[in-house]
Design a protein around this ligand. Structure first.
Ligand SMILES: Nc1ncnc2c1ncn2[C@@H]1O[C@H](COP(=O)(O)OP(=O)(O)OP(=O)(O)O)[C@@H](O)[C@H]1O
Length: 348
């Protein structure tokens, strides 16, 4: 992979240790089901934070609460001290970008065009300027193209800029989604299962890419089922079980926590298990959950080939207000194109 830090902008490098994301007491209920319960999580500049948990633990729902796709039933999300508006494009505008568990590319657009779509939140030219192709628009368009090409170089796809997105191998489609998210110049990127469906070589390359993203000044919050990947990558890991944060700590602490191992082995977790901030100096685990964690299972759902951003998504992406009352919510059939960096479910 040809990752470079070429696109890093020293002027926007965050203050070391600054809290970029501060989620407080986030709760999301769907009728009688509490998918996320009173979750607190911070991400600081320069950090890569992992969010893990068994299937159905509430990880994606939590992401949706952070990015304005869902309006949390309770709680508050701040980005760099400001409470985020509950609208996804405004969240993107504020500085948070994301990718989706199910790849959402414009498959009949070129690789370059896909990245340019992600850039539009930073283009301030109006409709008339675009229609009349006024000089200001042309200049902005040229700058956007240059930025998009830099990002393609960053992810190693510059030679495929004119290829149709649908013709890229799966792993490259995932990277393209990341480039499109980065095109909005975020200070924080949320990655939902970025290695789902990747082979081990692609997974290693994705790891390298995420480190490079962190090095260019973008904090990272990542959901993954691949424990080896998460524990290699992350400075901190938070574990969600049944919608609640079970533990948060460094990789060794989390790997060796018996409740985490139990959760992955399928043993019942006590209803009232409190959130625990673990001490960082616990002994390393011999029986890390990595060995017992479920294999990546999301790959099959990601085989998108249509020309719209692929929205064969599960209930995770339905508007909150339409949510049914049970966990076995019907699958969403939406196929509306999305603002790739943000999603549109909550933006009508
Ligand atoms: N729109 C919705 N309506 C009703 N229930 C929902 C909705 N979205 C999610 N849920 C339920 O909330 C719970 C958490 O789901 P979520 O997708 O957030 O889990 P997850 O940890 O991301 O799982 P996975 O690892 O399988 O992606 C599940 O029981 C799910 O069925």
């Amino acid at each position: 992979m040809t990752t470079t830090t070429k696109t890093a902008d020293a002027t926007k490098a965050p203050v070391a240790g600054e809290t970029v994301l501060d989620a407080r007491g986030v709760t999301m209920r769907f009728g009688g089901l509490t998918a996320v319960r009173d979750v607190n999580l911070t991400v600081n500049s320069g950090e890569i934070v992992g969010l893990i948990g068994p299937n159905g633990a509430g990880k994606t729902t939590f992401f949706n609460c952070l990015t304005g796709l869902y309006v949390p039933t309770e709680g508050e999300v701040r980005y760099k001290g400001q409470v985020l508006p509950p609208t996804s494009y405004k969240v993107t505008d504020a500085g948070i970008a994301r990718t989706f568990q199910n790849i959402r590319l414009f498959h009949n657009m070129t690789v370059l065009e896909n990245v340019l779509v992600g850039r539009h939140t930073r283009m301030k030219q109006g409709l008339w300027s675009a229609l009349l192709r006024l000089p200001g628009f042309k200049k902005a368009e040229a700058e956007a193209t240059e930025k998009a090409m830099e990002l393609l170089e960053f992810i190693g796809l510059q030679d495929k800029a004119q290829h149709l997105a649908k013709n890229l191998p799966y792993g490259e489609q995932r990277k393209l989604e990341i480039a499109r998210a980065l095109a909005s110049d975020p200070g924080l990127i949320l990655l939902d299962e970025p290695t789902a469906g990747m082979n081990p070589q692609e997974t290693r390359a994705a790891e390298e890419l995420i480190f490079a993203i962190r090095d260019m000044g973008v904090a990272v919050l990542v959901i993954e089922h691949d424990m080896r990947f998460i524990f290699n990558l992350c400075d901190r890991v938070a574990v969600l079980v049944q919608g609640q944060k079970l533990i948060e700590g460094d990789s060794q602490t989390v790997q060796s926590d018996e409740r985490v191992i139990a959760a992955y082995l399928g043993e019942p977790v006590a209803e009232s298990t409190p959130e625990v901030e673990a001490p960082a100096e616990d002994a390393p685990a011999k029986d890390a959950p990595a060995k017992d964690a479920p294999a990546e299972e999301a790959s099959s759902e990601d085989e998108a080939t249509e020309d719209e951003p692929s929205e064969d998504d599960s209930a995770e992406d339905e508007p909150a207000e339409d949510a049914p009352e049970a966990a076995d919510a019907p699958e969403s059939s939406e196929d509306t194109p999305h603002d790739p960096a943000s999603g549109k479910e909550n933006d009508a």
